[in-house]
Every structure is written in structure tokens, then in C-alpha cells.
Design a protein. Structure first.
Length: 284
């Protein structure tokens, strides 16, 4: 409960006197508190006006806008690819298991934003909970392990249970963004985690791989936030941008992407068209 000038606020209720009563003298407000009721009496001549404030129901979506619909794949490993002129290109081979099926379409009217939900990698029914199974059965699709959303500018042309084929969405030479989880390294020291330089191993030095000083004493008397120190390394989400598609093999159902991709063989990868601001995504 708080009073502000001539306005009394109790929870979400506000007492607002009329303009004529503000100049009739200093208001006298008496409150009687009981265990179950709260009574308020004033000597204002005007009739009290009560109104409530409602909590805003604005739904804020922090997802980044995609340049187009994408697919999910499984990392298989790396190899060398020889082009026609003999150039050797290091590539990562990405395979596709059963899935990449549209499970839900979200629109501005129903969910507050436009997005397409895609499922990937078929699993047994008993691996999913009943709410998850009900969600997939509503879309009339198979049980799948992974569900991800692709937020788009326009979702026209998509429908539930639609299968997304990689070679229909991309072609050789296209640039893509690939997102995955990096390999976890566990708890590591400063040298491995941040590429710190070690101390002397001879000449009487007793500081070899220790971190050393982490800040001054009296001023500031604390360690600054974000200080590079030993800690958990890897196992985080990373996106590699603007990678070139070198080869699409429809017989083996694999795609070869130039360069290294996050994670180890068997990890889940998210492949989307490369973002080029002003061309395939809006500037705002």
C-alpha cells in the first residue's frame, strides 16, 4: 500500500479524487485493517473513483528471423573432396534420417508470430510423453525426437505433415548457416580454455600453469565480471555462418558442406539459408 500526493493505491486499486476536491483542503484518510477485509474512509466530498490496472498480455518472441525454411541433419564426419580441377576441399558430411516433416504452423493471429515447426528423427512411441504424442498425432505425423521452429516472414505455402526435401530447398553452391552443439571438454584451465601463456619451467620459477593475478587489491577490491578464468569448456550452441554447399548426393541422402561444423559425429545440426541483411531478411 502506498500514497502518492492525493492518490491512494492499494494493490492494483487506485483512489483518484476529482480535480475540485484537490483544493478543498488536505484530505484525511483513515484505514481500518481486518484479517479478511480492508476498509478505507475519506472526507472527500466527491464520489470516489476506483479503477484497476490489468497485466499486459503482449507476447514477446526473441527468436531471430530466418532467411528461409531450413532442415535438420546428423553430422557423419569429415573427408576430403576433390573438385574437377584437382582442388582438395575439406568438407563435413551431413546425413538425413527419417523426418524433416512440418508438425505445426504458427501465425501472427494465433501465436503472435509466424513460424514453422519441423520434426526430425523417428523414434519409438514409448520414448515420448502423452502430451508430445498428442501434439504429433494432431498433425498426423510419425513420432520424432527433435522439434524446432523456423521463424519466417511469411508462412504461406506450408501445411502440416509436409515433408521437406533438402535438394528441393538448396542447390550446390548455396551458402548456409549451420548451428549445432560443440564438443564438451569438461572443466579446463586457463591455458587450454583461453590460450594463456604458461610461466617458465626452469630458472627457479614456481608458477608454471597457474592463472596468476586476477585483479588489484583495495581498488577495486573485487574480480571484474567476465574475467577469463578456468571453467567448463565446450558443450555450447554455436553457429557457423556462410558455408558453401559443395556436393548434394541424392542416392546416399547426404550433403557435403565446406569446412568444419560444430559437434562430433552423430550430433544434431540445424541448416538454414545464410542470412544476408537487406537481401533475404529485412534490415529491421
Amino acid at each position: 500500500m502506498a500514497t502518492m500526493g492525493a492518490t491512494l493505491s492499494i494493490g492494483n486499486y487506485y483512489y483518484l479524487p476529482s480535480s475540485s476536491s484537490l483544493f478543498s483542503g488536505k484530505p484525511k484518510i483513515s484505514l481500518k485493517l481486518n484479517s479478511s477485509t480492508l476498509k478505507c474512509s475519506t472526507n472527500f466530498l466527491s464520489k470516489p473513483q476506483l479503477f484497476t490496472t490489468k497485466r499486459s498480455k503482449t507476447h514477446v518472441v526473441n527468436m531471430s528471423m530466418e532467411a528461409g525454411i531450413g532442415v535438420m541433419g546428423t553430422k557423419l564426419g569429415m573427408m576430403s573432396y576433390f573438385e574437377q580441377d584437382g582442388t582438395v576441399v575439406p568438407v563435413t558430411v551431413v546425413g538425413f534420417k527419417e523426418g524433416n516433416i512440418v508438425t505445426q504452423i504458427k501465425t501472427e493471429a494465433t501465436d503472435g508470430y509466424d513460424a514453422v515447426q519441423v520434426g526430425y528423427r523417428r523414434i519409438r512411441d514409448r520414448k515420448l510423453t502423452k502430451p508430445e504424442m498428442g501434439h504429433l498425432e494432431k498433425a498426423n505425423v510419425i513420432p520424432m525426437r527433435h522439434l524446432q521452429e523456423f521463424r519466417l516472414v511469411n508462412v504461406d505455402g506450408f501445411e502440416t505433415s509436409q515433408k521437406l526435401v533438402f535438394d528441393e530447398l538448396f542447390k550446390e553452391g548455396d551458402l548456409v548457416d549451420v548451428k549445432g552443439t560443440t564438443i564438451g571438454k569438461g572443466f579446463q584451465g586457463g591455458i587450454k580454455r583461453w590460450n594463456f601463456k604458461r610461466g617458465l619451467m626452469t630458472h627457479g620459477s614456481k608458477s608454471h600453469r597457474q592463472l596468476g593475478s586476477i585483479g588489484a587489491g583495495t581498488t577495486p577490491g573485487r574480480v571484474y565480471k567476465g574475467k577469463k578464468m578456468p571453467g567448463r569448456m565446450g558443450g555450447t550452441s554455436r553457429k557457423i555462418r556462410k558455408l558453401k554447399i559443395v556436393k548434394i548426393d541424392t542416392e546416399l541422402n547426404v550433403v557435403m558442406i565446406k569446412g568444419a561444423l560444430p559437434g562430433k559425429p552423430g550430433n544434431l545440426l540445424r541448416i538454414t539459408p545464410a542470412k544476408i541483411v537487406g537481401e533475404n531478411i529485412p534490415k529491421n
